[in-house]
Design a protein around this ligand. Structure first.
Ligand SMILES: Cc1cc2nc3c(=O)[nH]c(=O)nc-3n(C[C@H](O)[C@H](O)[C@H](O)COP(=O)(O)OP(=O)(O)OC[C@H]3O[C@@H](n4cnc5c(N)ncnc54)[C@H](O)[C@@H]3O)c2cc1C
Length: 470
């Protein structure tokens, strides 16, 4: 049984909308061949295409067809294209990078990236591409930055065209969440939506902690589920998308950093025992963890044609294009089309984001947080010197901004003990899943992290002598 307090299924793997009202994805995601757990899982899930292939096979075939093509990924002042295949770093910055890779993680407790590097590092092509691809900012965790460098070193030589990453044929709700949910239903899994788990009754006999009851709110009424011997309880602690809110062409999204659900439940557990970690480290610093994304539905091919000509890459074949000079650090990702199963052929959808939403724009005299969809498009078109084409774009497209207060919270600086173990010491029937439990050497803020954590939980609680697939 899966209890979920959202009305929709798929959690953070969202993707919804229609051509006349506008589509929304909160995140554009990339995968890569190091996602051993995710790909292992998806290789046993049938695709929805009805052609007897797995979701994994479908992803492989798609990425063969959509092999990345060289295109401009970094834009400077006055839409100057920067050759980002050239990523010079000063001798000092290079030696800081080498030292970081050679340092053990335990010595990086509590440190941020800006504690380690000089200011010049944050003006380098390398930083712009790395930061905009993975959503790092200088105040984020040095330990996490090091993990990304070590794991994704294969992406480095090609990051200017974003080769070495995998995409899915459609958005992640259509390509991943839906086939998974379908498959789980055929196996008899019951999905109960609109049910918020607000507490667990846990017995502590001095040696073992065991969950006895699950307390939830359903349709405004409290309910209690007993946990029978042999039952296992898996909860998601924390959330990157909780409190996210949408704006419109005319209204900015409102920042609503609510902590009910996954944050509140984690806080309750942590108040009882240090074994459950320190959620407030991740939930109380929204100034460092928020950013804004936007999805644009175009009823006119102009922008897709123009970007193809300008960057040299057809939509879906280049990586996100980043404006290095933008005070918001604006990026746009021209996705392959169609990106939604229900998307008409004459409609195009692209996605973008800004990592510094509290800074005023270079052209629109407002912070990104205060901008409507039309104002975000105005900033984008001004960077590209397309001001005479702007009215046409505003008349034929729908830009929906989305604010996410906790989005990069898995990247916040952390110290030992902030993240609990997937199966905390002493617990016999409870596992903590998601982005905030500690998994040695894996990368937070990825689907892989969630799937890997779930595998650890199942193997450990069921006593399987297995490790992650490789
Ligand atoms: C903008 C953005 C960009 C991203 N980019 C990438 C990327 O490039 N590559 C990548 O691999 N990953 C990326 N991710 C991350 C990836 O999407 C998430 O890590 C993943 O979806 C998390 O899955 P999860 O099941 O652990 O948690 P969630 O998706 O948060 O699902 C948990 C579900 O449980 C429910 N829930 C939680 N607590 C409770 C409770 N107490 N009571 C009831 N219901 C509850 C929630 O409502 C939710 O539906 C990105 C995510 C976003 C949002």
């Amino acid at each position: 049984m899966i209890l979920d307090d959202s009305a929709a299924d798929g959690g953070g793997l969202d993707g919804s909308g229609q051509a006349d009202k506008g589509y929304v994805i909160r995140g554009g995601r990339t995968f890569n061949f190091t996602y051993d757990c995710t790909y292992d899982l998806l290789s046993s899930i049938p695709s929805l295409n009805g052609d007897h292939v797995s979701v994994y096979d479908e992803i492989l075939a798609f990425n063969k067809e959509y092999e990345p093509h060289f295109g401009t990924r970094l834009i400077g002042n006055k839409r100057r294209m920067i050759d980002a295949s050239f990523m010079p770093l000063s001798d000092d910055d290079l030696s800081s990078l080498e030292n970081l890779l050679a340092t053990t993680e335990s010595l990086l407790d509590g440190k941020s990236i800006k504690d380690w590097f000089s200011l010049s590092f944050f003006k380098s092509n390398f930083w712009y591409l790395w930061a905009s691809t993975f959503a790092f900012t200088p105040s984020h965790s040095l330990a996490e930055f090091r993990r990304y460098l070590l794991r994704l070193v294969h992406v480095l030589p090609y990051i200017n065209k974003l080769a070495g990453v995998d995409r899915t044929p459609f958005n992640h709700h259509d390509s991943i969440a839906l086939p998974l949910i379908d498959w789980l239903r055929t196996k008899g899994v019951l999905f109960i939506t609109g049910a918020e788990v607000f507490d667990l009754d846990i017995d502590n006999d001095g040696n073992n902690l065991s969950v006895q009851r699950i307390r939830l709110m359903k349709d405004g009424e409290p309910e209690c589920l007993s946990v029978a011997p042999g039952d296992l309880v898996f909860i998601t602690i924390g959330s990157t998308t909780r409190g996210s809110a949408l704006g419109s062409m005319n209204e900015p999204p409102l920042l609503t950093p609510t902590r009910h659900g996954p944050w509140a439940l984690w806080e309750k557990l942590a108040a009882r025992s240090a074994t459950f970690g320190r959620p407030l480290n991740f939930s109380s610093r929204t100034d460092e963890s928020k950013y804004i994304s936007f999805t644009v539905t175009c009823n006119n091919p102009f922008f897709f044609d123009w970007m193809k000509e300008f960057t040299g890459a057809k939509a879906g074949k280049g990586g996100p294009v980043t404006f290095g000079n933008s005070s918001w650090l604006l990026s746009v990702d021209m996705l392959h089309q169609p990106y939604f199963r229900n998307q008409p052929a004459n409609v195009g959808v692209f996605w973008g984001y800004g990592l510094f939403p509290d800074k005023p724009g270079n052209f629109v005299n407002k912070t990104m947080s205060k901008c409507s969809g039309a104002e975000i498009l105005t900033e984008l078109f001004s960077h590209l010197e397309l001001t005479s084409e702007l009215p046409g774009m505003l008349n034929t497209s729908i830009c929906i901004p989305c604010t996410m207060p906790y989005i990069s919270s898995p990247f916040l600086t952390r110290s030992k003990g902030d993240r609990p173990s997937v199966v905390p010491a002493g617990t016999v029937n409870l596992a903590l899943l998601g982005q905030y439990s500690e998994i040695d050497d894996d990368l937070a803020f990825t689907i892989e992290y969630s799937v890997h954590g779930a595998m650890i939980a199942v193997y450990k609680l069921l006593g399987f002598n297995r490790t992650r697939p490789v």
